[in-house]
Ligand binder design. Sequence first.
Ligand code: S3P
Length: 432
Amino acid sequence: MSVKTIYPRAGLKGEVRVPGDKSISHRSVMFGSIALGTTEITNFLQGADCLSTIHCFQKMGIEIEKKKEGLVVHGRGLYGLSAPKETLNVGNSGTTTRLLSGILAGQGFASVLSGDESLNSRPMGRIMTPLSRMGAHIESVGSNGCAPLKIEPGALHGISYQSPVASAQVKSAILLAGLYADGDTSVTEPALSRNHTELMLGGFGAEIVSVLHEDGSATAGVRPCKQLYGQRILVPGDISSAAYFIAAGLLSQGSELLICNVGINPTRAGILKVCEAMGGDITYVNCRDMGGEPTADILVRFSELRGTTVEGRMIPTLIDEIPIIAVMAACAKGTTVIKDAAELKVKETNRIDTVTENLKAMGCDATPTEDGMIIEGGKKLVGARIRSYLDHRIAMAFAVAGLLAEGETVIEDSQCVDVSYPEFFDTLSSLT
Ligand code: S3P
């Protein structure tokens, strides 16, 4: 087991450049592979999850070249994938599994997807139900609603699907299958989840419709597609990775950090609103557009934070940031309530449990609830042995907590950060 020891530190100064966005990196390889021609991707995230996506498409005959500044994908068109000779290994990646299932449902060959222990225990019924309704032949090999998944050829029909969850993975799987359907396909979700698929698929030439309804629900639709065409993709920095440094800069006394080149798409940027509601000093510099994705440099300065409530439609816009929001809450004055976030239970770990367990280990009064947690902030954290349970976001959130604690904090299985941010610990220790 790899461990990292974190010692308390204040006065963090400097500039941080976080790696490319994970969600956008996955999509750029997937869409590039099923587009005709070359897709050049700059600032691609070379994390383990995105490498799983690359390997799956290589196994289906797609040539993908690694370059210094990114990747070149030699796409073979909507029907250009070839049958994989072996099981496609999706590793730890839910995004690879669910989005790829949507693509595979439209192919004329059979395939099997399988991942690691955590991945193979996450719910896949949420994509199997709508894809089956479209005519896909998709089954859970162990009949437990989880991967391994077996997908066989089936003629796809357009559907209008009411998704019970606000999930970009579910929405994207359906839209991707919809490219191969014989009629229009739409997905309505209870709240708008990240919209990178809609933005990027549109750029590749798909006909996409997006509607935000008055009650906060959202519909995305796609027309059957004849062909997608290769694009140039510039991947902005990942706000989910920036989140650890935003929190470190706000929480650690005397700090001032500039986090450069961060994607701030409003469907992802809920953490920034939470920081502001908690009294965080945040300035946006150099706001710009990167291929349809709003991007900025973010300047954060040490601030006295206060507790807040995080709930409702905001949850899908910050779902991956809840572990680090919980750490901020533990250091803030007063109570923070996180609710409407039952989705936390089906992430890489049950993050309601793994967050509250580790906060308690550091002396914080944290109570798990059915759909979130309640955190009484303001008590000095004490260093502890943190169980990451191989969940990258738990490891990184509690490394930041370690900077603020008394004594030393040990992060178990720290290598799991490779999933989304291989250079995380180096960057953290480079801040003087
Ligand atoms: C992702 C969507 C989210 C998020 C995950 C990446 C994506 O999952 O938690 O890390 O790239 O579409 P859900 O769609 O299950 O909420």
